[in-house]
Design a protein around this ligand. Structure first.
Ligand SMILES: [Zn+2]
Ligand SMILES: [Zn+2]
Length: 1020
């Protein structure tokens, strides 16, 4: 006997029971231990941060991380799954700063770095419980008891080892470079971090600024074309270069203007002034109706001198210039009251927008900085690291973006502004704190990733990306445009950068681990087991082996993306420990995260692995799209449309949520979701499956069916069809999961479950219902049992709970030797000899014809239970006709008709023929109803009423009844003519024409205009 199954199931209740079972029996651990000597399948967990509550998008990635390892386990692999936590970095510091009400770094220093970092350490596991319980609840099997944690000393040491590998290969350098800098966080961002924070709809000023020319090259000044020379206007100070910018706050740092030597520059008259800028852009500047009075080549204008908009010496700002041959070093220049700047030629000047004259501020742009080095330009940096204007301008002390308006007003009052407008463009913001980034020249430590760009690109070719277009698209492009990785951060809570410098001779060293540091001469401030974080590590000094000076650590910490990218070895504290274990688990067979990680974790993994091990560290990756709400809007707290995973789990359950994630769309697509959509999945898929399962158990128990007894030879076409479809399904699902396509695999299962319920079970109902236990009935039981058990195993990776529930009842209750859990069972293997393409094609066609026949019947408004004389089918070929003829019994039964006819003519609808067409097919229902058919229809209606009454009287399916009726002549005739049929269908031992003695269950009906009273009584 199987455990009775309630058709009114609560999936969340079933799941909680299954969770208890897994926990009590340590099923996850057993699934690994049982395969300790099997081939390994390596999964890497991308570490989440536990300082926020896990959301619905985490469920998405976690169920995709789960499905493949579960499948591989059932395929015989040993799949250990170590959890990981990302614990360092700005996000953590920002949380603590918020908590303390801090707005900048100075407050952290005052508060004390030790205390600050203690709070960071506490906060990173604030939501650990929520993560643990959600992970368990959704059925993501992950070893949460032995996670790798990036703040552990062992983890930090493995990062140090990695940095040392890069250092020894000359892949680390310090550059005085322009970096994207967050003025609020006070630190540089790497280019992949910058890529995370672009906003398309940023409104900025669009400004045309006039630079007063001091000197023009003599041939230009003396040129008399157009009947005048510029020399006279020049002497009045009325000739200007026109340049364009969207960052007015950089204008006080302007030290040059660049133009293109081959381009044409026009002289335009405006009032008593002359403006010079690219002829091609005159229209864009709004001066299209002004004739060009003269035209010069850009090359002729190079060497012109102009007056600074703001002479830095008048505003207490230093003017510096690079030392020859030492791009990282600057000399302060003498004060100069008559300071002028020069015009240069540059190949980056665009004729697409602006004025063809580019404003150069070497302190605030990468291109500008480079142009400054090449042309020995002045360097004026009138902004501090907090993004505030320094010096004694009228707008000093203001944040750069806030100073824009005042700078423009000031220029306007001095007649130096030609035009201002607003522009909407793409601008980068800090991905953590949302402050606008400023490009800022400063010293930063770099990893020379660009030196290994070709290897990274070649390695990427070996990776299987799902979806495939990411490989050469989003990820490939990112590698093609690779720039060096600025990986130092001027912050507190992170893996400290392990580079020491000699205070005396300036020599650098990069110790690769604790052992190496312990061996340094003159070591001070070090103690065994000390916390390797700041500020403690900052006090560790030792003696310079070259000059005897003090070696001190550089103050920076490193980018937390480096931490997560180092997890392949750092999770094992390699190479200090676990050398063999690391080798066995490198590279990974499978990883999965959302698509934004192409510039985050996917990149940091790939870059570090390529630079250190010369190969990629993951072979297959499912790259997930983002989740939107039902309307296609981004989910956000402010919109109030965030879906809480717990609401969904408590109402629909984890299997429904998982199934939704897997099958609602391909993994790489953006997916919409709402709790209702998951409810729909539960109803459409899980309930269909459950009802089929419950149907089977109810009848199997009534008939005392015991699986595993010798099965009769299959003679039924229905059984042959189901067995064939099932074996085909096993092959398909296996192949698709092997190809990392849970979506297509899940959809195959879904369509099979539909056919199982809506065709096989419906068509077989009578076989289970009949009273004799013959071979046909046994064959039906065997076939349905096989299908359900195989389905449980196929579904185990997708919906692990319901799969377990069905497996326990159908398999474990009858076979104690079967594996303890469906997740310890082997994945099903198909028997290809049982696949019969003809019967599958034939049945598919029969299903199609029936669905058209039902449509034709409903068009004519004849009730389903009313038998009709004939269905006429127009098929495409004689082969199809034969296939349908062989399934004739199924079709006539399904459509409740007496016979099938075929035609090759086109059918026309008339009052006795209802026709539905689809492509080349036509199905016509003959709707003429004879008195005999009408009587049969009445008998069927009566049976249906009696069955409903049995249910409302609370009878068991196998209970026998006595049926009583009262009605007119016609009813009496029907009851007499169809007595056997009615008795069989309703398990009536007697049908009596009288009113039942109470107590009885009695109801009155009107059928086809005839009054009838029915009563039932339980027998015995
Ligand atoms: Zn920031
Ligand atoms: Zn030294």
């Amino acid at each position: 006997m199987f455990q009775p199954v309630n058709s009114k199931v609560s999936f969340p209740d079933v799941e909680r029971k299954v969770l208890d079972f897994w926990r009590e029996r340590s099923v996850f651990q057993k699934s690994i231990d049982a395969r300790s000597s099997s081939p390994r399948f390596i999964f890497y967990e991308g570490p989440p941060t536990a300082n926020g509550n896990p959301g619905i998008h985490h469920v998405l990635s976690r169920v995709f991380k789960d499905v493949i390892p579960r499948y591989k386990t059932m395929k015989g692999f040993c799949v250990s799954r170590k959890a990981g936590w990302d614990t360092h970095g700005l996000p953590v510091e920002l949380e603590v700063e918020k908590q303390l009400g801090f707005t900048g770094k100075a407050q952290i220093e005052d508060y004390g770095v030790a205390k600050f970092n203690d709070l960071c350490r506490e906060s990173v596991f604030k939501y650990l419980k929520q993560w643990d319980s959600l992970t368990e609840r959704i059925g993501f099997w992950l070893d949460m008891d032995h996670p790798y944690v990036t703040l552990d000393n062992s983890y930090i040491e493995s990062c140090w080892w990695a940095i040392k590998q890069l250092w020894d290969r000359d892949l680390i350098y310090q550059g005085y470079k322009v970096t994207p800098h967050c003025p609020r966080c006070g630190t540089s961002l790497s280019s992949h971090e910058v890529a995370l924070g672009y906003k398309d709809d940023t409104v900025d000023p669009s400004v045309y600024v006039k630079f007063r020319i001091q000197t023009l090259p003599p041939p230009v000044a003396a040129d008399a074309s157009g009947g005048f020379t510029l020399a006279e206007a020049l002497s009045r100070g009325k000739v200007y270069f026109l340049a364009w910018t969207t960052t007015p706050w950089t204008l006080p740092g302007n030290t040059s203007l660049a133009l293109a030597e081959d381009a044409d520059y026009a002289v335009i008259e405006l009032g008593d002034e002359y403006l010079i800028f690219a002829g091609a852009l005159v229209g864009q500047a709004g001066l299209g109706d002004q004739p060009a009075l003269k035209t010069f080549k850009g090359g002729q204008l190079v060497g012109s001198l102009y007056c600074p908009l703001y002479n830095p010496h008048e505003f207490d700002v230093e003017r510096k210039r690079a030392k020859e041959g030492q791009p990282g070093q600057f000399d302060v220049q003498e004060s100069d009251k008559y300071l002028t700047y020069k015009i240069i030629n540059a190949d980056f000047v665009s004729m697409e927008d602006g004025t063809g004259i580019v404003h150069i501020a070497p302190a605030f742009g990468e291109v500008d900085f480079q142009a400054g080095l090449e042309n020995n330009l002045d360097f004026v940096q009138q902004v501090d690291l907090a993004g505030n204007i320094t010096g004694s301008y009228s707008f000093s002390g203001k944040f750069v973006k806030d100073a824009d308006a005042e700078i423009l007003a000031d220029l306007d009052s001095r007649g130096l502004l030609y035009k201002t407008a607003k522009i909407t463009h793409t601008y980068p913001f800090c991905w953590r704190c949302d402050a606008p980034l400023v490009y800022y020249a400063k010293k930063t430590w770099y990893i020379r990733t660009s030196a290994r760009k070709d290897e990274m690109i070649a390695g990427n070719r070996q990776i299987n990306w799902y979806p495939e277009h990411i490989k050469e698209g989003r990820f490939g492009d990112w590698l093609q445009n690779n720039v060096d990785w600025a990986f130092s951060r001027e912050r507190y809570w992170g893996t400290p950068l392990n580079i020491w410098v000699c205070r005396k001779c300036g020599r650098y060293e990069c110790p690769g681990g604790v052992e190496e540091i312990r061996g340094k001469p003159g070591l001070q401030g070090y103690s065994d087991g000390m916390d390797l974080h700041r500020p403690y590590i900052d006090d560790v000094t030792y003696t310079c082996s070259a000059c005897g000076g003090d070696m001190v650590r550089q103050p920076e910490v490193i980018d937390c993306w480096f931490d997560s990218g180092a997890m392949p070895w750092a999770q094992w504290h390699y190479p200090v420990e676990n050398v063999e274990l690391f080798k066995q688990s490198f590279p990974a067979d499978y990883i999965s995260e959302a698509v934004d990680q192409t510039r985050g974790w996917f990149y940091s993994l790939h870059a570090l692995s390529t630079l250190i091990f010369g190969q990629p560290c993951f072979k297959n990756v499912i790259c997930l799209g983002h989740i939107l709400d039902a309307q296609g809007e981004k989910m956000s707290k402010t919109r109030g449309n965030v879906v809480d995973p717990w609401t969904v789990l408590d109402s629909s359950g984890a299997d429904a949520l998982r199934w939704y994630m897997f099958t609602s769309g391909p993994p790489g697509n953006v997916r919409r979701m709402s709790p209702d959509m998951v409810v729909e999945v539960m109803r459409n898929f899980l309930m269909t499956l459950w009802n089929t399962y419950s149907f089977f158990v109810i009848y199997a128990n009534i008939d005392n069916f015991i699986p595993g007894k010798t099965a009769p030879k299959i003679t039924s076409e229905l059984d042959r069809w189901l067995v064939s479809s099932l074996n085909r399904l096993v092959i398909d699902v296996d192949r698709l999961l092997d190809d990392y396509d849970p979506t297509a695999a899940g959809r195959k299962i879904e369509s099979f479950v539909n056919d199982l319920s809506n065709w096989y079970v419906r068509r077989s109902r009578r076989r289970f219902w009949k009273s004799q236990n013959d071979d046909d009935k046994l064959s039906a039981y065997n076939t349905l049992y096989q299908a359900l058990v195989t389905l449980a195993k196929l579904l185990a990776p997708f919906t692990p709970f319901i799969a377990e529930e069905i497996y326990q009842n159908l398999v474990r209750t009858v076979d104690e030797d079967a594996p303890e859990s469906v997740h310890l069972a082997a994945f099903p293997v198909a028997d290809e000899s049982l696949i019969d393409p003809d019967i599958m094609a034939g049945t598919e066609l029969a299903m199609k014809v029936c669905s058209m026949g039902r449509a034709a019947r409903s068009k004519s408004a004849v009730k389903v239970r009313q038998p009709l004389p004939k269905v006429i089918i127009r098929a495409r070929s004689s082969h199809e006709r034969e296939a349908l003829q062989s399934l004739c019994a199924q079709i006539t039964d399904e459509l409740n008709v007496k016979e099938i006819g075929f035609t090759s003519e086109e059918m026309k609808e008339d009052k006795n023929l209802s026709v539905v067409a689809e492509g080349d097919y036509q199905v016509g229902m003959v709707t003429e109803i004879s008195p005999e058919l009408l009587a049969e229809g009445l008998a069927r209606e009566i049976v249906r009423r009696l069955q409903t009454m049995r249910r409302s009287a609370g009878l068991e399916i196998a209970d026998h009844i006595q049926t009583y009726y009262e009605g007119g002549e016609q009813i009496q005739a029907v009851m007499a003519d169809f007595a056997d049929y009615i008795r069989q269908e309703t398990l009536s031992t007697a049908i009596l024409q009288e009113s039942a003695e109470q107590p009885a269950h009695t109801e009155k009906f009107k059928l086809a205009g005839l009054e009838v009273t029915l009563s039932i009584k339980k027998q015995g």
